[in-house]
Write a protein of this length. Structure first.
Length: 182
């Protein structure tokens, strides 16, 4: 099963959105979840969640793409690629955690490179979150004072069902575990 990335396209120019949409359609891992033509609707779409990658224009009505980036918390910001005709905003874009900066007009290869970078960034962030959750769970287990852990953080007995009864079996007495049925 291939990974699916949810993409939001934000640009005030319909032709620019169509161009990005066409390039994204060539990638079977992409699902375009929305298109926005101004800053406020882009911000609202991002705050509602469900966006992994954002292709964002800078010059938009209501609020610029840079204003949108500045308004989103770092943890909630998807992998962001700025797509613009203006090179003078690049430094500010990267200060605001933009991942890439596509200068219009761009080649298909350059677009694919930016998309690959966005996918990789998204995957690394997901992996980092999962790693943090696993470490937190292991720490909780290690420091657990649940009944049956003898203060060690590890179980000293387990519960099994055998011939219709529930039995507590000390871990120290287990020589082998075998499953039968479900």
């Amino acid at each position: 099963m291939t990974r699916q990335y949810r993409v939001l396209i934000a640009d005030d120019e319909p032709l620019a959105r169509a161009s990005v949409r066409t390039l994204l359609a060539q990638d079977g891992e992409i699902t375009v979840v929305g298109e926005c033509e101004d800053g406020p609707s882009t911000l609202a779409a991002l705050r509602s969640g469900g966006v992994d990658i954002l292709f964002l224009d800078i010059q938009m009505p209501g609020m610029t793409g840079l204003d949108v980036l500045a308004s989103i918390e770092a943890e909630a910001l998807p992998a962001t690629v700025l797509v613009t005709a203006f090179d003078e905003y690049a430094v500010r874009a990267f200060e605001l955690r933009s991942l890439d900066y596509l200068l219009k007009p761009f080649s298909d290869d350059r677009f694919r490179q930016a998309l690959r970078r966005a996918k990789d960034d998204h995957d690394q962030r997901r992996k980092g979150v999962a790693d943090e959750r696993i470490l937190a769970l292991l720490e909780d287990l290690r420091s657990s004072t649940m009944p049956g852990t003898a203060g060690t953080g590890y179980l000293d007995r387990i519960v099994i069902r055998s011939t219709g009864k529930v039995v507590l079996v000390p871990i120290a007495e287990i020589e082998r575990i075998e499953a039968e049925g479900d």
